[in-house]
Ligand binder design. Sequence first.
Ligand code: FES
Ligand code: FES
Length: 168
Amino acid sequence: MEDPAPVTATPLPAEVAIGLTVNGVRRQLHVAPWTTLLDALREHLGLTGTKKGCDHGQCGACTVLVDGRRINACLTLAVMRDGAEVTTIEGLADGDALHALQEAFIEHDAFQCGYCTPGQICSAAGLIREGHAKTRDEIRELMSGNICRCGAYPNIVAAIEQAMGGAA
Ligand code: FES
Ligand code: FES
């Protein structure tokens, strides 16, 4: 039997040029093809508000909004998001005016160590935008991908409820 033909893999380029609009500002980056969006934000753009918890899509600490939808930034490659609009926790406030969710989190003591907070707030912003949550239980259910090791859940839900305008 003849030996099978050798398989030759095309080497990946060391870096790929991509463009992202991050918090309203157009940014150009050169990233390795395997760079996650999370690492691109934190390591390349210095936006360390977005946190790395598990790095495996299980904790929600890295949640950001991409084209208005919440996603786990550790589970997507930056090159797959070329041209996208990304909003991180740094982009939610309007100058000195905090986002309604940021104010509500402060008012309701919705954080302890604060490590999960940026992801919780970005996720909540996505949830409100989606418009599916109408009750406290639905908020809990739709925020279940965001883990808080400090157990601040009741206050987080109360803060989100307030930011939704008391409609929940
Ligand atoms: S760091 Fe992305 S889900 Fe945990
Ligand atoms: S406030 Fe500490 S992990 Fe949520």
